[in-house]
Write a protein that binds this ligand. Structure first.
Ligand SMILES: [Zn+2]
Ligand SMILES: [Zn+2]
Length: 249
């Protein structure tokens, strides 16, 4: 599978970085993990074939992971008529709000539910198509009653596996780094770095069996130095991708 880091910023945009959004390409289809970047505009800027975009998965409702969806979904509704996209959202009120926003922005219109398909994330069932399988792992980023997830993506053809952390608990106080990181060999771990220090993550890195580590969602900027300082201590590769960087497994 090919990953492109479309947006690597944390809760707010940076001068050169959109908020969280990673594109996965597999079998001629495109998928997104989180949509904090302006997907509706990037489709044109990046020349993505709109017919290839299959699904947008989100890790939790925070705007820096979801705010690209309303505009993109609205464009699919009335403009990108060849597109049919599934949007997986973790809380029903956000689904209702996005649907309401689209209808409010298109007076007299209807939601083309055959092409603009919203789904409430069901973490008890793995999602799959002919290219990918997604497994949701609950985390504890949000207050009680509000779900958040890490997502493990497996490409069927190659067997390659990438774990996305989503956002995790403040200072990792709720110990919600997925245990699979220590249990199984993964091709990559795409990890946020805004809610805890490199020091707090160290015990998990010591046990980490992923071959590559990508830090995104890094804040404050000083943490880029902390990440550099981590590099000599580990056998696996540690990367801090910029927007637009791609990697293939
Ligand atoms: Zn975030
Ligand atoms: Zn968040």
């Amino acid at each position: 599978m090919k990953l492109t880091f479309v947006g690597t910023s944390h809760g707010v945009p940076e001068k050169e970085r959109y908020c969280s959004c990673t594109m996965i390409e597999s079998g001629g289809a495109r998928y997104f993990i989180d949509a904090g970047a302006p997907l509706g505009e990037l489709v044109k800027r990046c020349d993505w074939d709109i017919r290839e975009i299959r699904a947008v998965f989100t890790t939790h409702v925070h705007a820096d992971h979801t705010v690209g969806i309303p505009h993109f979904a609205d464009l699919i509704n009335w403009f990108y008529k060849e597109a049919a996209v599934d949007f997986y959202i973790t809380e029903q009120p956000l689904i209702d709000a996005i649907k309401g926003l689209i209808l409010a922005m298109e007076p007299g219109s209807t939601l083309k539910e055959d092409r603009v398909r919203f789904h409430l994330t069901d973490p008890t069932v793995d999602w799959e198509d002919e290219n990918l399988k997604l497994h949701y792992i609950p985390t504890k980023h949000l207050p009680e009653g509000h779900p958040s997830y890490a997502i493990l993506v497996t490409e069927k053809a190659s067997g390659s596996r990438v774990l996305f952390s989503g956002d995790l608990s403040i200072r990792l106080e709720k110990s919600d780094v997925p245990t699979i990181l220590a249990e199984e060999e993964l091709d990559a771990f795409v990890c946020e770095m805004a809610h805890f220090s490199a020091e707090a993550l160290k015990p998990y890195l010591d046990a980490c069996r992923a071959k590559n580590l990508f830090f995104i969602h890094v804040a404050p900027a000083k943490k880029f130095e902390d990440i550099e300082a981590l590099k000599p201590g580990y056998r696996f590769e540690i990367h801090t991708p910029a927007d637009g960087d791609s990697v293939e497994f």
